[in-house]
Design a protein around this ligand. Sequence first.
Ligand code: HPA
Ligand code: ZN
Length: 343
Amino acid sequence: MPDATIDAFIAGLPKAELHLHIEGSLEPEAMFAIGKRNKVTLPFKSVDEVRAAYAFSRLQDFLDIYYAGAQVLLHEQDFFDLGIAYFRRAAADNVRHAEIFFDPQTHTDRGVPFAVVADGLLRAMAVAERDLGVSSKLILCFLRHLDEDAAFATLRMAEPYVDRIAGVGLDSSEVGHPPSKFAGVFKAAGERGLHLTAHAGEEGPPAYVYEALDLLKVGRIDHGNRALEDDVLTRRLVAEGKTLTVCPLSNLKLCVVHDMVQHPLKRMLDLGLKATINSDDPAYFGGYVNDNFRAVAHGLGLTRADFATLARNSFTGSWLGAAEISKNLAALDAYIEGGGVSG
Ligand code: HPA
Ligand code: ZN
């Protein structure tokens, strides 16, 4: 029988978000407001026209608009505003911890200094922790459509911030840009003490997931949907307890799945994969993290027990230290034991 109270249960569930591109949280209203104050002309006349353009049939359709939107971001205050707007929205969804991607090359290639981007985001993170009680970590993403030398140059720019960056990731156009292209820079990042993750198996084949594991030595896989096409790989991901940061509404919008009732999340859980639910680029894909939870609740009939597992996975798959993970799990357990009612 469907659980009529599942939306309320999801709303109060303490959770972490592990797959969120901060540039993908730029709402059209903010794009126009920041564009106006920076005198940057957008290729759209109105907020409605922007939203109407958000009809994608593949990843690249989205990326073209996402990179265009990011052009309005020029100053430290812009990156602060972008960051704090996301954290406010995340706090409303009871996100207790967020590990957020940023794409420095999208900005440094336009002449915006790395420090401007990082300072604005780090200031938003500090305010979110202080005022909203949301902890966070920053993940520097390399753009895979660019070459490895450019990724190395970005890692060098990040050097003064390396103690404030938790890890590196790999995003942008997947097919034709396999993880092997970035083996050297991931090795260097790992030696610098950074955590490692990579987008793999969103549009790319299972071979890219193997490469992310074997050549990049990642601890998490971002998306990972297509890993399910390979039973050996699936069993390996289960055995190694690798966290998959799954993004249901993104998958729907980018036609990775054609209907939420066909989304592989339920199968992932049934197979014992350590899946989590995330929003990816919420301003572009029609929803923040709780919208994603609700979409799979209604599309796949996931239960409270499934959502408790997903929330648990989000904390244990995070890069928080053991004490912080325990604290978050205790809050999660208290919520579940209290019958899913916020205390
Ligand atoms: N996939 C790859 N690159 C991205 C994405 C995504 O979903 N969002 C922002 N950059
Ligand atoms: Zn992503």
